[in-house]
Design a protein around this ligand. Structure first.
Ligand code: E4P
Length: 218
């Protein structure tokens, strides 16, 4: 399973990449707005840092304008993946972009039939938003399961990016379902490392090692 960071923050990406386990980055207009930097140059910097796919979102709402925006974004760097909203005009744009060889990530996916349309149009990735479904008392991970089943029934090559991840259990459940990718906030990535028994165990080993060393001096 690939892990992407869901952030436009350079420091977070730098740190994540330094662990050797981050395969890509996803951004959205909200994450970009938090950073306040120039959008195009930030996308380029993220691509250089992660050396893997970086999703950057279009803001147009009609297909022709989306395609024009996508062409400009794709010129920034070879790693750019154009994020397109799951609306009818978006599906039209994805179809056109797939014929142009521009990679797409269909975002704001909340049903398996939406994912099916995106895959049929030739999307490279679809992003079901799990946390936002959980937020409205719907089981987000059930959607991931449905999409994986539909895609495998028809052998679609579109990859599933589990998005809107809120905590480590989302990552575990996505991995158990065999999702291709999870994109997660940096804070969730950091939580994946921790376990109180690991910390306690290490503390004990280091204390015992000190005792052992002291015993060797006599
Ligand atoms: C994914 O590509 C989105 O940027 C993201 O996961 C949205 O997450 P949120 O629901 O926490 O805003």
């Amino acid at each position: 399973m690939k892990l992407f960071l869901d952030t436009a923050n350079l420091e977070e990406v730098r740190k994540g990449v330094s662990y050797g386990i981050v395969d890509g980055v996803t951004t959205n207009p909200t994450l970009v707005q938090k950073e306040g930097s120039d959008f195009r140059s930030r996308v380029g910097e993220l691509c250089e840092l992660v050396k893997g796919p970086v999703s950057a979102e279009v803001i147009s709402l009609n297909a022709e304008e989306m395609v024009a925006e996508a062409r400009e974004l794709a010129e920034i760097h070879e790693h750019v993946v154009v994020k397109i909203p799951m609306i009818p005009e978006g599906v039209r744009a994805v179809k056109k972009l797939s014929t142009l060889g521009i990679k797409t990530n269909v975002t704001l996916v909340f049903s398996a039939v939406q994912a099916l349309l995106a895959a049929k149009a030739g999307a490279t990735y679809v992003s079901p938003f799990i946390g936002r479904l959980d937020d409205i008392s719907s089981t987000g991970m059930a959607l991931v399961e449905e999409i994986i089943e539909v895609f495998s029934n028809y052998d679609f090559s579109t990859e599933v990016i589990v998005a809107s991840v809120r905590h480590p259990m989302h990552v575990l459940e996505a991995a158990m379902l065999g999702a291709d990718i999870v994109t997660l906030p940096f804070a969730v990535l950091e939580k994946l490392f921790g376990h109180p028994l690991t910390e306690k165990g290490l503390e004990r080993f280091l204390e015992d090692w000190k005792k052992y060393q002291a015993s060797q001096k006599h």
